[in-house]
Design a protein around this ligand. Structure first.
Ligand code: ZN
Length: 296
């Protein structure tokens, strides 16, 4: 769909649980009476570990982004189309996912599908799995981090309340494995985004920090508040006097965002690194452009 490379944005993130956290494997519906309430684990070369699957993080980001976009008057498929995403919409007798032209598939997709992907579009946002150690840490440190975080796991036992009557269900005790503390490291990458898509991701992360967006299961029981720190936004772009973003206005073009930061590497592909003050200034510029782009 995007014929040419414009920019990749890599957000290096650290996620710290501020309340207890439970992320279960798979997409099985949450039923606290099911005995399988273990925190999701994965084998790694450094031992088996608890982790945050990128799909879990992307899922909560997508649903919150949908609420934000609906809030500024955008028509969002999750809210207005009963069956699946925008790929299933029918335009001129044809399902959007069957349309050959990438421009038209984008045109007929809502802002959420444009950003997080659908049966008709690849996702602009990719979220990696988050592990209890930084990618570049030495092997011994990774093993140590895995062992440290495993000591922060515990069990929470509770009683299932019948949501209709408000009474205790008989024999409805549950035990959930929860994590209290620790840090997870990982990346979120935006490939050739429009400026508002980067702004949207910044806003979703801000709302996670505000506690509006919670991660994992049993969030209504107080679990899943996390602190998300953007350690760095690393940008690779074809422009040498700013960042080249995709711009969609019935067709794809590009828009150069002027930034105060100097590129670390200038050339065929320029590199920018935004941290702390330069990151705050980038956010400000991006937010301003985002609110213009998303105006009703
Ligand atoms: Zn959609």
């Amino acid at each position: 769909m995007f014929k040419s490379f414009k920019s990749f944005h890599t957000l290096k993130l650290v996620i710290e649980p501020e309340t207890s956290l439970l992320i279960k494997s798979g997409d099985t519906p949450v039923d606290p009476t099911v005995p399988d309430m273990a925190f999701v684990r994965i084998p790694t070369p450094f031992g088996e570990t608890v982790y945050i699957p990128g799909s879990s993080l992307k899922g909560v980001m997508r649903s919150h982004a949908a609420q934000l976009l609906a809030g500024v008057g955008k028509d969002i498929c999750a809210i207005s189309v009963a069956n699946g995403d925008c790929g299933n919409k029918v335009v001129n007798g044809k399902r959007v996912m069957k349309i050959d032209s990438g421009v038209l598939r984008y045109q007929h997709s809502c802002h959420v599908c444009r950003t997080f992907g659908s049966t008709a579009l690849a996702s602009v946002v990719r979220v990696a799995d988050f592990f209890p150690y930084p990618y570049d840490a030495p092997e011994e440190e990774k093993k140590k981090k895995i062992s440290e975080i495993s000591k922060m796991l515990g069990f929470k036992t509770g009683i299932k309340i019948d949501p209709k009557s408000g009474t205790v269900k008989s024999r409805a005790l549950y035990t959930a494995e929860i994590l209290s503390g620790g840090r997870f490291y990982g990346e979120l990458v935006l490939k050739n985004p429009e400026i508002w898509q980067l702004g949207l991701i910044f806003k979703v992360i801000e709302d996670m920090n505000n506690g509006v967006v919670r991660l994992g299961h049993m969030s209504t029981r107080g679990l899943g508040k996390v602190k998300v720190t953007i350690e760095e936004v690393f940008v690779e772009t074809t422009s040498s006097d700013g960042i080249a973003f995709t711009k969609f206005n019935g067709d794809f073009s590009q828009e150069i965002l002027k930034v105060q930061a100097k590129p670390e590497i200038k050339g065929f592909i320029s590199h920018y690194s935004f941290k702390e003050n330069s990151l705050e200034s980038l956010k400000e510029t991006v937010y301003e452009k985002t609110s213009q782009a998303l105006k009703r």
